[in-house]
Design a protein around this ligand. Structure first.
Ligand code: FAS
Ligand code: PHB
Length: 389
C-alpha cells in the first residue's frame, strides 16, 4: 500500500488530522492498535477550548458539538469554605464548551467513514521505518500477515504509550517529566450536575472537581493517594468523600447515583523534544502529557494538529516545507505554556503529602490573590479558554 501521510493512532488527534488533510485532498491511512469500539468507548476529556471548537467546525464535525455542547462562560474555584467565579467572558470575551472526548471521537470516526477514510483497526506491532530518509514506510501485522505502507510522512498520534516517540533516538530526544504524588479517582454518573459550571475545589482532605457531560450525566473527581485502588472505593464512599470536599451548598444539593464508570488516573507532566525526527512528526499525547487540572490534554493535541495540518497542506500545495521545518518549535512553544498552566492549577489546588506549613500558606495566598485580583483572574481565564494558536 502507498499513501501520502501515514498516521499511527486512531484517537482524537489521528482522526482529526486525517479529516483535515482529507478535506485538502491529501491521502492518509490511519493505523490503530485497538478495535474501533474500544477507542470509541474511552471516557476522558470534557472541556473544549475556543480554538478546538473552531478546528472541529473546520473539519466539518461541529454539528453535534453546536447542538449538544454546553457553552460555559466561567468556572468556580472553592477553598476554605468560600467559592468565587472566574468570568471567562468578562476577562477574555471567550468561553469553553463542555462536550466529552467520547463524543468528539465518535463524530470524527463518523466523518472519516462518511468520507471513505482508510482506518486500519487492530493493527499490531506497528513500526515506523526509514524515517530519516525521503522514503519512510510503516509495517504492521494483521490477520497473521505483515503489511507495509509506503508514505511521504509518518505521524505519531499514538499517545503516551505508543511506538512513535521511541523511534527518535535517545541521543536526539530530550524528555522533561514531573510525576505528581497523587491521582484522580473519577466517577461518571447518570445524575444531574451539581452546578451549571465546573467547581474546582481545594480542600484540606484533597482536591475535588465537579464537572458534567450533559443535563443528566455528571463527571466528578477526587484526588487520591498513589497507593489507592479503585476497588477501595464503593460509590457511597466516593459520594461521602466528595461531599466533604465541595462547598456546603453544593454538598447539600448533590444528587448521587450509581457509577457508570469509575477509575483512577495518575497525574504527570511530560514533554518530549523535538516533536520531529526526519519524516516522523509527533502529535498530542505521543509528545506531551499534562495533568488534567487545566483541561488541556485533548486541546493541546488539537493545537498540534492545527500546526501540522497547516504545514502539510502548504507543502502539498507546493508552498514549500517551511511550516514543516518550524512545526516542532511552534508546537512546543504552545505546549510549554499550557504545561505551565496545568502545573500551576495542579500545585495551587491539590494537597501535597509533604506540603509543609510555608507551602500551605503560599497556596492559600495564591488562591486569596486569585479571588481578589482581576489581573490574576484574567491570567487564569486566558489560559483556560486557550491561548491563541
Ligand atoms: P490518545 O492516547 O487519545 O490516542 C492514541 C491512540 O493511538 C489510541 O487509540 C491508541 O490505541 C493508539 N495506539 C497506541 N499505540 C499504538 C501503536 N503502537 N500502534 C497503533 N496505534 C496505537 N485531557 C483533558 O483535556 N481533560 C481530561 O479530563 C482528561 N482526562 C484523561 C483521563 C485519562 C485516563 C487519560 C489517559 C487521559 C486524559 N486526558 C484528559 C488526556 C487525553 O484526553 C488526551 O490528551 C487525548 O486523548 C490525546 O489524544 P491523542 O494524542 O489522540 O492520544
Ligand atoms: C472532565 O469533565 O472530565 C474534566 C473537566 C475539567 C478538567 C478535567 C476533566 O480540568
Amino acid at each position: 500500500m502507498r499513501t501520502q501521510v501515514c498516521i499511527i493512532g486512531g484517537g482524537p488527534s489521528g482522526l482529526l488530522l486525517g479529516q483535515l488533510l482529507h478535506l485538502s485532498g491529501i491521502d492518509t491511512i490511519v493505523l490503530e492498535r485497538q478495535s474501533r469500539a474500544y477507542v470509541k468507548g474511552r471516557i476522558r476529556a470534557g472541556v473544549l477550548e475556543n480554538g478546538t471548537c473552531s478546528l472541529l467546525e473546520k473539519a466539518g464535525v461541529g454539528m453535534r458539538l453546536r447542538t449538544e455542547g454546553f457553552v460555559h462562560n466561567g468556572t468556580f474555584i472553592a477553598a476554605a469554605g468560600r467559592q468565587f467565579r472566574i468570568d471567562f467572558q468578562k476577562h477574555t470575551g471567550k468561553s469553553v464548551t463542555v462536550y466529552g472526548q467520547t463524543e468528539v471521537t465518535r463524530d470524527l470516526y463518523e466523518a472519516r467513514e462518511d468520507h471513505g477514510g482508510i482506518i486500519i483497526d487492530e493493527g499490531q506491532h506497528v513500526l515506523p521505518c526509514n524515517v530519516t530518509t525521503k522514503s519512510p514506510y510503516v509495517t504492521y501485522e494483521k490477520n497473521g500477515a505483515t503489511h507495509r505502507i509506503d508514505c511521504d510522512y509518518v505521524i505519531g498520534c499514538d499517545g503516551f504509550h505508543g511506538i512513535s516517540r521511541q523511534t527518535i533516538p535517545d541521543a536526539v530526544r530530550s524528555e522533561f517529566e514531573k510525576v505528581y504524588p497523587f491521582g484522580w479517582l473519577g466517577v461518571l454518573s447518570q445524575t444531574p450536575p451539581v452546578s451549571h459550571e465546573l467547581i474546582y475545589a481545594n480542600h484540606e482532605r484533597g482536591f475535588a472537581l465537579c464537572s458534567m457531560r450533559n443535563e443528566n450525566l455528571s463527571r466528578y473527581y477526587i484526588q487520591t493517594p498513589l497507593s489507592d485502588h479503585v476497588d477501595h472505593w464503593s460509590d457511597s464512599r466516593f459520594w461521602d468523600e466528595l461531599k466533604q470536599r465541595i462547598p456546603e451548598a453544593a454538598a447539600d444539593t448533590l444528587i448521587t447515583g450509581e457509577s457508570l464508570e469509575k477509575s483512577i488516573a495518575p497525574l504527570r507532566s511530560f514533554i518530549c523534544e523535538p516533536m520531529r525526527w526526519g519524516s516522523l512528526f509527533l502529535v498530542g499525547d505521543a509528545a506531551h502529557i499534562v495533568p488534567p487540572t487545566g483541561a488541556k490534554g485533548l486541546n493541546l493535541a488539537f493545537s498540534d494538529v492545527h500546526y501540522l495540518s497547516e504545514a502539510l497542506i502548504a507543502f502539498y500545495a507546493g508552498d514549500g516545507d517551511e511550516g514543516l521545518e518550524r512545526y516542532s518549535k511552534t508546537a512546543l512553544a504552545r505546549v510549554w505554556k499550557a504545561s505551565r498552566f496545568s502545573w500551576w492549577m495542579t500545585t495551587t489546588l491539590h494537597r501535597f503529602p509533604d506540603q509543609g506549613d510555608f507551602s500551605q500558606r503560599m497556596q492559600e495566598a495564591e488562591i486569596a490573590y486569585l479571588e481578589t485580583s482581576s489581573a490574576a483572574q484574567t491570567a487564569l481565564a486566558e489560559n483556560y479558554v486557550g491561548l491563541a494558536f
